[in-house]
Ligand binder design. Structure first.
Ligand code: NAP
Length: 277
């Protein structure tokens, strides 16, 4: 599910070695009509559904809660039920925004959720809908970037290229995670879930190793670009946004690594690789 999103596009490349891939995007299905996505699954009868579709405009969600609800909660529910009906397994993505960010050590899957805004609340409802079938999987991600779409890495690269000033928040921590690594790890998980057809699914966290701040991430990008620009560190209160962000978003990877034998390396090396591509 999804065609042009950061993760969806990488999945189209990565999953193609496992079998025929049907990538359904907004050009053929309307995210405001969740039942249409369920119908598509019942018609296609796949072995596996990977859902990378979401209403990801975190700030806009505060003023469009019904649209966020449809895409983030109802659509995964429809798809999950349809997948179960045709005997397919499902992998669905969720987010660090289900947490309030008051943690100080990497969040584990069983930690208490407490979303701060519409996006996180609707994504949490989507998780619950998918996990109603214990053969399905939900993978929580954080700070996704890539070389396509709209994301922090591309914005910093563009602003630095234009010689624009960069004022970046330095009091939010997370793990920048490359969309390609997410797709590769998902491919490994999907293959194992298809082989062990009746094995349980569950809730998993997936992120690059290590952690940094947005300012640390920007500084690394500028250094790798050999840019003369410098990022000025500012605080969250100096950069007000309609939706509150969790101050601490670091996700612990141990459960995913133990189950699927895959661990995404430290974020710095992966950013360097992404920028080389
Ligand atoms: N980006 C992050 O930092 C981040 C962090 C944590 C979790 N996640 C989760 O990871 C998954 C993939 O996210 P992503 O970063 O690949 O997102 P993205 O680049 O914004 O792509 C969004 C995907 O959802 C589809 N979509 C459906 N309705 C939409 C709407 N109203 N507005 C925008 N897009 C809509 C798009 O369809 P088309 O393909 O037709 O364009 C696209 O495939 C999502 O479940 C998201 O919640 C993302």
């Amino acid at each position: 599910m999804g065609r042009q999103g950061q993760v969806a596009w990488e999945l189209r490349r990565t999953l193609s070695v496992l079998g025929e891939v049907h990538a359904l995007g907004r050009e053929s299905l309307d995210p405001d009509d969740p039942s249409a996505w369920g119908r598509a699954v019942r018609e296609l009868r796949p072995d596996m559904v990977v859902n990378a579709v979401a209403y990801t405009a975190v700030d806009l969600a505060e003023t469009e809660p019904e649209r966020a609800q449809r895409a983030n909660a109802e659509l995964p529910g429809e798809v999950s039920r349809a997948a179960s009906q045709v005997g397919a397994r499902m992998i669905h993505y969720s987010t660090d925004y289900v947490f309030d960010g008051t943690g100080t050590v990497p969040y584990r899957e069983e930690d208490r959720t407490n979303p701060l805004g519409v996006y996180g609340r609707t994504k949490l409802l989507g998780e619950e809908a998918v996990l109603a079938d214990d053969r399905h999987c939900v993978i929580r991600l954080c700070w996704v970037y890539g070389t396509r779409g709209r994301n922090f890495l591309l914005t910093v690269r563009r602003l630095a290229g234009e010689g624009k000033p960069l004022r970046i928040v330095s009091d939010q921590r997370g793990c920048p995670t490359w969309s390609r690594d997410i797709a590769e790890a998902t491919g490994q998980a999907a293959r194992q879930l298809l082989v062990a057809r009746d094995a349980e699914g569950g809730l998993f966290h997936l992120a690059s190793g290590g952690q940094t701040t947005w300012h640390g991430f920007a500084s690394e990008i500028l250094s790798l670009m050999e840019s003369p620009s410098q990022a000025e560190a500012i605080s969250t209160v100096e950069y007000p946004t309609p939706a509150r962000r969790p101050a601490y978003s670091v996700l612990a990877n141990d459960k995913f690594a133990a189950r699927f034998g895959v661990r995404v390396p430290d974020w710095r090396g992966q950013v360097a690789l992404a920028l080389e591509g």
